[in-house]
Design a protein around this ligand. Structure first.
Ligand code: PLP
Length: 225
């Protein structure tokens, strides 16, 4: 079942890349395992998946522990992170996808023992329920991170609204890409900002068309039937 799902997702990645002449190698599939147990996650690892994501600190630590024999897994924390939890998680992850405040960045600076790859989360749709800074805040936020040597801004992340039509979703992803290119063009050492984390089960083909380099897929990999 999971093997079939993975096959389908990979095929869709290839098809979307083909539409815009992109190399599928430039799109990293992150499997979001928040809805499944460690054994199910392990099935994916055995099928060759090396990027796993959780949106909760305790769940990530639990999975990482049970899959500790696989040393080639990159761990992604994709959910909102409370400052009081930074200490317990920050040295156990390879990527953090939801940086959205200076105080959080300062806590990461204080607790991390190495540079942490971070995506700045942007709330483009303006939905109140969503985390992330606004596009208007991005430039000054990036400059505020300059002195935080453990915060390495690899790219930007966003989530499109669930109920939006394809046109609006594409426009949100396209906006994120413009913002990413703008930060990238500043050529800041601490913020290369070359990556785009966007696209989930229902919209990753659109995200790839608009330039996603990391897609975060859960349901499509684990659905039954
Ligand atoms: C759950 C989650 C995903 C994956 O969502 P699916 O619709 O299951 O693919 C991606 N990104 C974030 C931030 C999530 O919380």
């Amino acid at each position: 079942m999971i093997a079939d799902n993975l096959h389908t997702v990979k095929q869709e990645i290839q098809e979307s890349c083909a539409l815009v002449s992109r190399n599928p190698k430039d799109v990293t599939l992150i499997a979001v395992t928040k809805s499944v147990d460690s054994l199910t996650a392990e099935e994916l690892v055995k099928l060759g998946i090396t990027n796993l994501a959780e949106n909760r600190v305790d769940k990530l630590l639990e999975k990482k522990e049970s899959l500790s024999q696989y040393s080639n897994i990159s761990w992604h924390l994709i959910g909102n992170l409370q400052r009081r939890k930074v200490k317990s998680i920050i040295n156990h992850i390879d990527y953090f996808h939801a940086l959205d405040s200076l105080r959080l960045a300062q806590e990461i600076q204080k607790r991390a023992s190495h540079k942490v790859n971070c995506f700045i989360e942007i709330n483009i749709s303006g939905e109140e329920s969503k985390h992330g800074i606004t596009p208007d805040e991005l430039l000054s936020f990036v400059h505020e991170l300059a002195d935080l040597s453990n915060v390495h801004v690899v790219g930007l992340m966003t989530m499109a609204p669930y109920d939006a039509d394809d046109e609006s979703i594409r426009s949100i992803f396209a906006t994120l890409k413009k913002l990413q290119e703008k930060i990238c063009s500043l050529k800041l050492k601490y913020a290369p900002c070359t990556e785009l984390s966007m696209g989930m089960s229902q919209d990753f083909p659109l995200a790839i068309i608009e330039g996603a380099t990391y897609i975060r897929v859960g349901t499509a990999l684990f659905k039954k039937g």
